[in-house]
Design a protein around this ligand. Structure first.
Ligand SMILES: NC(=O)c1ccc[n+]([C@@H]2O[C@H](COP(=O)([O-])OP(=O)(O)OC[C@H]3O[C@@H](n4cnc5c(N)ncnc54)[C@H](OP(=O)(O)O)[C@@H]3O)[C@@H](O)[C@H]2O)c1
Length: 323
């Protein structure tokens, strides 16, 4: 099969398209004929091996253990393992699977669901990782409630644009923070208020939020806490940058350690894909409450260009590879 392959860590130049064996399907897996694969920062981290913490976490010290990049997919079931009961050959699905930048990828049965009927494969592939992250950040770690005032930092991004829509679906009043060129996009997905961080600093504007979901910018904790209500919650999803060894992990770790000693609730987390959340996202999409925004699509053979485009500041929403 055709796949994007990388044999070493590095820039997008390490990626090449080659012919490799189809993955082997295990008893609990489904094999998917991939039609589209989503791109997210995780792909970049595993491609570069940066920060080095990624390598120590088991992804391969000198070279990536998984040669084919990609975490998200949408496509048709090609084959099912012996223990699989929920899917049949030909079903249209979306979900999370390692090695999705390829014609075929294997996924755990519990990490795929039937594709939302109102989405194309490209749109569906843009959902899993980013939307899981937004959902779990708001619901599980932010304990979002209807009527709350919620601020989404990085509202134009892969995670942020789902967070804006999900927070609205939970009944919150939503303020999105993004750069000038994305203000209209963030408003169009339902934000009640939009702050252009190129022109205004929300931490100095006096606004107070019950919940802040922070996906970008790495603002210091002291400044973020200034924008919280007295018992408000700050959930740090992540931010790019930081040092080569640990990336941006220091700030959320400091927040989590400080949290027991202050009235604010300061949280960090790693999103975990699961069947229930994927089913919930499918329902929300089919009900029209959540809709992926696709910035650009690139064919498989141009996956390296897709990553270069993403790393130089993309146009908002998601970048998707078509296969
Ligand atoms: N904890 C987890 O489990 C988890 C899971 C997935 C992702 N993450 C992390 O979460 C972060 C966001 O991921 P993503 O997929 O949403 O990335 P993304 O698609 O690149 O989105 C980030 C967005 O932030 C905006 N931004 C950049 N600087 C900003 C600033 N100073 N203030 C406000 N917005 C700013 C960017 O657009 P504009 O500035 O042009 O508006 C961009 O749209 C990444 O660091 C990723 O590694 C964590």
């Amino acid at each position: 099969m055709k796949a994007v392959v990388q044999d070493s860590y590095g820039s997008a130049d390490v990626l090449r398209v080659g012919e490799i064996e189809k993955p082997e399907i295990s008893d609990d897996d489904v094999m998917v004929r991939v039609h589209a694969a989503g791109l997210d920062p995780g792909v970049w981290h595993l491609m570069t091996g940066l920060p080095y913490l990624v390598r120590i976490m088991g992804y391969g010290l000198r070279a990536p253990k998984t040669r084919v990049p990609g975490n998200d997919l949408a496509g048709r079931i090609e084959a099912v393992g012996k223990n699989v009961t929920r899917f049949h050959t030909g079903d249209e699905v979306f979900g999370a699977a390692n090695g999705s930048f390829a014609e075929y990828a294997c996924a755990k049965e519990d990490l795929v669901a039937l594709k939302p009927t109102n989405l194309t494969f490209e749109q569906a592939a843009a959902v899993p990782t980013s939307a899981f992250t937004a959902l779990q950040g708001l619901r599980d770690h932010g304990r979002i409630e209807a009527g709350q005032s919620v601020l989404i930092i990085g509202a134009s991004g892969g995670v942020g644009h789902y967070a804006v829509q999900l927070a609205r679906a939970f009944g919150a009043e939503v303020t999105g923070v993004c750069s000038t060129t994305k203000v209209d996009m963030v408003r169009s997905i339902g934000a009640d208020h939009v702050i252009d961080y190129k022109k205004e600093d929300f931490t100095a504007m006096g606004g107070k939020y019950d919940l802040i979901l922070d996906t970008a910018g790495a603002r210091p904790l002291t400044r973020l806490r200034r924008a919280l209500t007295p018992r408000g919650t700050l959930v740090i999803v992540g931010a790019e940058g930081g040092n080569t060894w640990t990336g941006g992990i220091g700030r959320p770790l400091r927040g989590a350690m400080l949290s027991p000693f202050v009235k604010h609730n300061l949280r960090m987390y790693f999103a975990i894909g699961n069947r229930e959340d994927l089913e919930l996202l499918r329902e929300l999409v089919e009900d029209g409450k959540v809709s992926p925004v696709i910035d650009r699509t690139y064919p498989l053979g141009e996956a390296a260009d897709a990553i270069r485009y993403w790393e130089h500041g993309h146009g908002g929403g998601k970048v998707v590879i078509t296969v």
